[in-house]
Design a protein around this ligand. Structure first.
Ligand code: ZN
Length: 203
C-alpha cells in the first residue's frame, strides 16, 4: 500500500509557512515503512532537531480506481480517521531551498502515526469534520474539512489522474495551521468531531 499526502490544503497553514498558494494540489507519497507500530511511541530521528506534528484527516481507500470523477469519489472510501504526518522541518527546509524532493524529511521510518477508524456514516457532514490535536492537554492545531482548498472527493479525483488507487491506500488530506515541534515525553492526542481518535507519546 501507499500513502498519498496532500500539502498546502489549508490557507492558514500555507500562510504560517510562508508558502505560495498552489494552483493544484501539492502531492507526495510515503512508503508503508513510514507507519509506526500501533500504540508505540514516536521516536524522533537523529538527523533532525525540529520535528513537527501535522495532524490530518485520513481517508482509507477501499476500492481500486483510476480517473475517478469527483461525483463518484465517495464510492472509494468508507472509513475516515486521523493521522500525524511527522515532518523534520529543518531538513525539509534545507531540501526545499535546494529544490530537492523532501522524502527524507517526511518518509522516514515511524514518521506516520495512525489512529482509530470511523465509518463515514458516523459523521454528520463530511464537508465539515472538525478535528484537533492536543499536546500535553493543550490544543495546538484545530481545523475543519470545510476549510480545505480541495475537498476529499476532489482530492481523490485529482490524485487518481496520476496514481492508481488500491485497496488499503491512505490519503492524508493536509494539515491546518498550528504545526510545531515535539519534544521528549510530549503526549499527543487527536480528536475528530469530538471523539478521541489517536494518541502517541514522543521519545
Ligand atoms: Zn502533511
Amino acid at each position: 500500500m501507499k500513502i498519498i499526502c496532500v500539502g498546502r490544503n489549508y490557507a492558514n497553514h500555507i500562510e504560517e509557512l510562508h508558502n505560495e498558494r498552489p494552483d493544484s494540489p501539492v502531492v507526495f507519497i510515503k512508503p508503508d515503512t513510514t507507519i509506526g507500530q500501533k500504540n508505540h511511541p514516536f521516536y524522533r530521528p537523529h538527523f533532525s532537531n525540529d520535528v513537527h506534528h501535522e495532524i490530518e484527516v485520513v481517508v482509507k481507500i477501499n476500492r481500486i480506481g483510476k480517473h475517478i470523477q469527483p461525483k463518484f469519489a465517495h464510492k472509494y472510501y468508507q472509513e475516515i480517521g486521523l493521522g500525524i504526518d511527522f515532518t523534520a522541518r529543518d531538513l525539509q527546509a534545507q531540501l526545499k531551498a535546494k529544490g530537492l524532493p523532501w522524502e527524507k524529511a517526511k518518509s522516514f521510518d515511524g514518521a506516520t502515526v495512525l489512529g482509530e477508524w470511523f465509518d463515514k456514516s458516523t459523521f454528520s457532514d463530511l464537508q465539515n469534520i472538525s478535528f484537533e490535536l492536543q499536546k500535553n492537554g493543550q490544543t495546538v492545531q484545530q481545523g475543519t474539512t470545510a476549510h480545505m482548498l480541495w475537498p476529499i472527493d476532489e482530492l481523490i479525483a485529482h490524485v487518481s489522474e496520476y496514481f492508481t488507487l488500491k485497496i488499503g491506500d491512505l490519503l492524508f488530506t493536509g494539515t491546518p495551521a498550528g504545526v510545531g515541534p515535539v519534544a521528549e515525553n510530549d503526549r499527543l492526542e487527536g480528536f475528530i468531531d469530538g471523539r478521541s481518535a489517536l494518541t502517541v507519546s514522543v521519545k
